[in-house]
Design a binder for this molecule. Structure first.
Ligand SMILES: Cc1ncc(COP(=O)(O)O)c(C=O)c1O
Length: 419
């Protein structure tokens, strides 16, 4: 019997990749992705989807932005991977550009390949500063799933199977200044925190939170690591989430949007104060074979140029505000199902009042040609993190589909309850 591309791919996922994941994707109604452009993804059946997830916040300039693709092609035609022992112009150019746009005195950059790697490197640099043992992070915070990053990630479900993790990692409630003040002391190497908690369920802290965390760190000469893997590069309507309050970290982690949606790339940046103790004595204390390759650096530089030239930070702020207003109208109408709409820029979360509604709503949205997903640490919250090129009209299409999807889910649950 002839197997279609979709059938064969799903079977191979079940047989060779991850049977549980195969079921999960199938339940949500996803087919096999084949091409993507701008805000749209097309599957193997030719159906087009409006992308409201953006690869978990990766596709800031949209899918396959011509300028970013051109930079990749140019690097492929010259030198995509680094020989490592030469100086690399794309690395130097990107590091200079990042220093120019990053908050405060973040001057130095180490390039890697993902957000998790950026966090790993950031934690190591923090430990080298004063050789203190403790790292404080937040409940619900997400920093990755490798052993170091997972030690900082704040969800037991991902952590407990791997105990013991790195000792002296503590978690306090996000947006709770008193709890932070209680835990940070002269044994604390660093506090690592997101400027908006993403996977925890899109939590925007009070305006005074990050400045207070900065003060608490300063009082104990502990370092502040801002994890901007998800919030960086315009996602929140500012180039970096830190800009909403003017807080300057000692170390900042980056990835996702920096890739331009074309080549995986991560980075962590630090001030001279932290770089010298980490790399002064041994410049090879932390290394990566692939990190900072010319292909990734050329693409990242092009991605930043696109974000600047096309005003995508501003678009994120204005279309994000419009989308949030429209989603709040839906929430008012459906207040028995939707508990809250929150977020900033094009980083928006919708929290449902009940478990399971999110999953069913996502499936109903997929049926209507709109891609969404829930947040990793909080399945009650579905997130809207579309490409930053999204127009108001496209945002309206997404919200209308969401509205219909929630209505369908409500009807389904009422019918099931009545059985
Ligand atoms: C704030 C934050 N830090 C780190 C990570 C890990 O990044 P990656 O999945 O690229 O390793 C994520 C991923 O969602 C994230 O949101």
């Amino acid at each position: 019997m002839h197997e279609s591309v979709a059938e064969a791919t799903k079977r191979k996922y079940a047989e060779y990749v991850n049977p549980g994941l195969a079921k999960l994707l199938d339940f949500a109604g996803y087919g096999v992705e084949t091409t993507a452009e701008g805000c749209y993804i097309t599957d193997d059946s030719g159906k087009r989807y409006l992308d409201c997830l953006g690869g978990y916040g990766v596709f800031s300039p949209g899918h396959r932005h011509p300028k970013v693709v051109e930079a990749a092609k140019k690097a492929l035609d010259t030198m995509p991977l680094s020989a490592k022992v030469f100086f690399s112009k794309p690395y130097a150019d990107l590091a200079e550009k990042l220093a120019a746009i990053a908050p405060g005195d973040l001057q130095f950059t180490f390039m890697c390949n993902s957000g998790t790697e950026a966090v790993e490197g950031a934690l190591k640099v923090a430990k080298m500063y004063d050789h203190r043992p403790r790292v404080v992070s937040t409940v619900g915070g997400f920093h990755g799933k490798s052993m170091g990053a997972l030690s900082a990630t704040g969800r037991d479900k991902f952590r407990e199977p791997f105990y013991p993790l790195i000792p002296e990692f503590c978690h306090v409630r996000y947006n709770d200044i008193d709890a932070m003040r209680e835990l940070v002391d002269d044994h604390t190497a660093a506090v690592i925190v997101e400027t908006v908690q993403g996977e925890g369920g899109i939590h925007v802290p009070d305006a005074g939170y990050l400045p207070a965390v900065r003060e608490i760190c300063d009082a104990h000469d502990a370092l502040l690591i801002l994890d901007e893997v998800q919030t960086g590069f315009g996602r929140t309507g500012k180039m970096f989430g830190a800009e909403h309050t003017g807080v300057v970290p000692d170390i900042m982690t980056l990835a996702k949007g920096l890739s331009g949606g074309v080549v995986p790339v991560g980075a962590f940046m630090g001030s001279a104060k932290v770089w010298e103790p980490a790399f002064g004595e041994n410049p090879l204390l932390h290394t990566s074979t692939f990190g900072g390759n010319p292909l990734a650096c050329s693409v990242a530089l092009a991605a930043i140029e696109v974000i600047e030239e096309e005003g995508l930070v501003e678009n994120s702020a204005t279309v994000g505000a419009h989308m949030m207003n429209r989603l709040r109208e839906v929430a008012d109408k459906r207040s028995n199902t939707i508990a809250e709409v929150r977020g900033v820029g094009l980083m928006i979360g919708v929290e449902f009042a009940l478990d399971d509604v999110g999953e069913l709503t996502i499936a109903a949205m997929v049926k209507r040609g709109v891609v969404a997903a829930y947040t990793l640490n909080n399945p009650r919250v579905i997130r809207f993190e579309p490409p930053l090129i999204m127009t108001r009209e496209q945002a309206d299409v997404a919200v209308d589909a969401f509205d219909e999807a929630v209505a369908e889910t409500q009807e389904l649950l009422t019918a099931v309850a009545g059985l």
